[in-house]
Ligand binder design. Structure first.
Ligand SMILES: [Zn+2]
Length: 125
């Protein structure tokens, strides 16, 4: 299996980054329909919506960042942030885990899911 994992925060950040581009792109398409006011307005609103959504996602990253755990990556020895029980290094994408019982196991995003946590110490968040 050659699945490539990247840090969750990096993933969300690039998602927010692309949302801005999509938003601007959609607004640009709106300019093509300058003659049709309602169509242009529709694209403009949609574009603003994407950019607005991106702002929300950026805000969300800020919130998530307060919940991350700062560790030093054992692979590249740079400080990185971890989100959840398993995550990947922000610099070299080395899979990381905080849970000793998962150490050495195949890196799997499912270890972060709520279903997997069920039955273990319930966590209020
Ligand atoms: Zn690393």
């Amino acid at each position: 299996m050659a699945l490539k994992y990247s840090s969750k925060i990096n993933k969300i950040r690039s998602f927010a980054f692309w949302l801005i581009f999509v938003g601007i792109g959609v607004m640009y398409i709106g300019l093509i329909f300058k003659e049709t006011t309602w169509l242009m307005a529709l694209f403009m609103i949609l574009g603003v919506g994407f950019v607005g959504l991106s702002t929300v996602v950026y805000f969300w990253i800020g919130m998530l960042s307060t919940k991350t755990i700062q560790i030093v990556c054992p692979s590249c020895e740079k400080p990185t942030k971890m989100l959840g029980r398993v995550d990947a290094c922000m610099h070299c994408n080395q899979p990381l885990t905080l849970d000793k019982s998962l150490e050495g196991k195949e890196f799997d995003e499912k270890y972060n899911s709520k279903r997997y946590k069920k039955g273990k110490a319930p966590q209020e968040s």
